[in-house]
Design a protein around this ligand. Structure first.
Ligand SMILES: Nc1nc2c(ncn2[C@@H]2O[C@H](COP(=O)(O)OP(=O)(O)OP(=O)(O)O)[C@@H](O)[C@H]2O)c(=O)[nH]1
Ligand SMILES: [Mg+2]
Length: 338
């Protein structure tokens, strides 16, 4: 009988071991489902509403509070205007929109919100936002203050514009910071585009010159020139940038786009930056970055209203896919929509 007990004990031990191992291996195979999928390369990984969530919440919370009050008296309209100004929409854009809505005599809060959205969209409707890439090669110069997101924006644009017909070449004319060319080289390698870089301390205008001629010689369709970040108040650095633009204009006949990259989190200071850069190099379009991290995203409307320069793209994240053409309707809807 003893052998029977031994056999039963062995069977029980084997069964327990089998059950235990199955449980362990189940955990192992389940693990990959918790891995984060890499972000898609063609569209932002989250919706615009989600990306603009901070501004949306700030604006909506404040506006909802105002709209819940009874009676649309002068205080009411002035508080509606303040809600927009707090989201950095700008005093001019906010008061124009509120005056127009007031004249339409809306009867309920939902109508106020809808008319406000329509007015803001109407203010943004006239601008031409297409990215000019007609040159052969097209020359796009990217400028802005330190850390605004120029190099990242160049990588994002390169990803979108590069193709077999019109390959992109990057020009690393930020020779001021030793690591700047390396940062752009890393992006170029990741995206798979050509790059021309100068030595640290080299004349940025000569790197821009070399980039343009390399693009021409190698059959590139688009050359994107990165520049060092500079404070708009430093006139010697603005002169240096002016020289880069002059050299490119002379060599290429014209520059297709001078894109000013503005950090959306800086709010109204962006307006002053835009003014000075426009005087120095003739900005043709604005890229407003970091709108995913700010409650002041309304500055997109203010910048355009105050300067008459179209916002062409908005940056809504650090990933290479997180740059989207600025679409006023989608933007205003993301901020104010129900
Ligand atoms: N959240 C977020 N971060 C961004 C966005 N665009 C750029 N950044 C981040 O901003 C930081 C600065 O970006 P860069 O592209 O190096 O800025 P830059 O203007 O080239 O900087 P300098 O060359 O030093 O003047 C980096 O950490 C980027 O990842 C954006 O749209 N959203
Ligand atoms: Mg840079």
């Amino acid at each position: 009988m003893e052998w029977l007990y031994i056999v039963i004990a062995l069977v029980v031990i084997v069964a327990i071991a089998f059950w235990f191992l199955r449980g362990r291996s189940g955990t192992t195979t389940a693990a990959p489902t918790t891995e984060v999928a890499p972000p898609p390369v063609t569209a932002p990984s989250r919706g615009l509403r989600d990306r603009l969530g901070k501004t949306r919440r700030a604006l909506s919370d404040r506006l909802s509070g105002v709209l819940s009050r009874s009676g649309f008296d002068d205080d009411f309209w002035s508080d509606v205007e303040d809600s927009l100004v707090a989201a950095d929409v700008g005093v001019k854009a906010a008061s124009t929109a509120v005056d127009a809505v007031k004249r339409r005599k809306p009867e309920n809060p939902a109508a106020v919100r809808d008319l406000l959205a329509a007015e803001l969209i109407a203010q943004l409707a006239a601008a031409d936002r297409h990215l000019e890439t007609g040159g052969d090669p097209s020359v796009l110069l990217v400028v802005g203050v330190n850390g605004s997101g120029k190099t990242t924006t160049i990588a994002k644009l390169a990803q979108q514009l590069d193709g077999p017909e019109r390959p992109v070449l990057l020009g690393a004319a930020d020779t001021f910071r030793a690591a700047a060319a390396d940062q752009l080289k890393t992006w170029a390698g990741r995206i798979g585009v050509d790059i021309v870089a100068g030595d640290s301390g080299a004349d940025p205008a000569s790197v821009a010159f070399d980039s343009y001629h390399a693009a021409k010689a190698r059959g590139a369709g688009v050359v994107l020139v990165d520049t060092a970040g500079r404070l708009h108040s430093k006139s010697n650095l603005m002169d240096e940038l002016g020289k880069v633009a002059r050299v490119l204009r002379r060599e290429a006949g014209d520059i297709d786009e001078v894109l000013l990259v503005l950090d959306g989190t800086t709010g109204q200071n962006a307006i002053e930056q835009a003014r000075v850069f426009t005087e120095a190099v003739g900005v043709t379009g604005i890229v407003l970055t970091k709108l995913d991290g700010t409650a002041r995203g309304g500055v997109a409307i203010a910048v355009e209203q105050e300067l008459g320069i179209p916002v062409k793209y908005i940056g809504v994240g650090e990933g290479v896919a997180d740059l989207i053409p600025f679409d006023p309707e989608a933007f205003v809807d993301a901020l104010l929509g129900a």
